[in-house]
Write a protein that binds this ligand. Structure first.
Ligand SMILES: Cc1cc2nc3c(=O)[nH]c(=O)nc-3n(C[C@H](O)[C@H](O)[C@H](O)COP(=O)(O)O)c2cc1C
Length: 209
């Protein structure tokens, strides 16, 4: 399939069959998240790969009643930074220096720029900014999954507070933003499996100036 055909093939799956996604494909989807571009390259989020069936059952009970929570092969929970610590910026500088064999001193201006930019933000703006990064990553993961013919569901319909409690996110300086279910569609059970894709026309969506 071409990439556009893959994007037409994918849809937000409501019901999954029990098939487990091959580890190699899961690894590729995770790698696409790792490679996703982020503001300033800071990668201000973590992603939890939820495999444990007991945890999944608990999640279904307390956090998200949607069937994908238990039916999907894998669940990814995206969690954004609730604050940006100096040590996180420092780690990033070290990562650049090590990866590109650069002296830390050469990165001083960039570091000051990041500190200046992020320290001006209100806490809520910083949280929103970090949350936005997770959606970009999820988008990349969905596209790569579709290319691999792995089904997905992006999911915001869950109790964020309950999720944060279950995964103890607050004490890790994180908060949940969105989930991505991975698996294979149950074409018989899922009423959307054969439904046509509904999208605005090009004329409605794009404004050419
Ligand atoms: C950020 C986001 C959150 C969503 N949350 C849910 C959800 O909680 N449950 C669900 O079944 N679908 C969810 N969807 C799926 C959308 O309803 C779906 O993507 C949209 O209707 C377009 O249809 P398609 O993806 O099947 O082409 C979400 C989609 C996005 C992008």
């Amino acid at each position: 399939m071409s990439l556009i055909e893959s994007l037409n093939w994918r849809y937000a799956v409501k019901n999954y069959n029990n098939q487990i996604v091959e580890q190699e494909k899961v690894e590729q989807i995770l790698e696409s998240i790792r490679l996703t571009p982020t503001s300033l390259g800071l990668q201000t989020f973590k992603v939890f790969l939820i495999e444990n069936p007991e945890l999944r059952a608990e999640m279904h009970l307390k956090v998200c009643k949607q069937p994908q929570t238990v039916e999907a092969s894998h669940l990814l929970v995206f969690a954004a930074y609730s604050e940006l610590k100096q040590e996180q910026i420092d780690h990033y500088m070290h990562r650049i220096a090590t990866t590109r064999s650069q002296a830390l001193a050469e990165l001083e201006k960039f570091k000051m720029g990041i500190q200046g930019f992020t320290s001006k933000m209100e806490v809520s703006d910083l949280r929103n900014w970090c949350a936005k990064q997770t959606y970009i990553a999820m988008g990349t993961a969905m596209t790569v999954a579709a290319h691999l013919e792995v089904d997905t569901t992006p999911m915001e319909g869950f109790d964020n507070k309950a999720m944060d409690e279950l995964l103890q996110l607050e004490k890790q300086g994180l908060f949940s933003t969105v989930m991505l279910a991975l698996g294979y569609r149950d074409s018989e059970k899922d009423f959307l499996a054969k439904a046509k894709k509904v999208r605005k026309s090009k004329e409605e969506l794009f404004i050419v100036k």
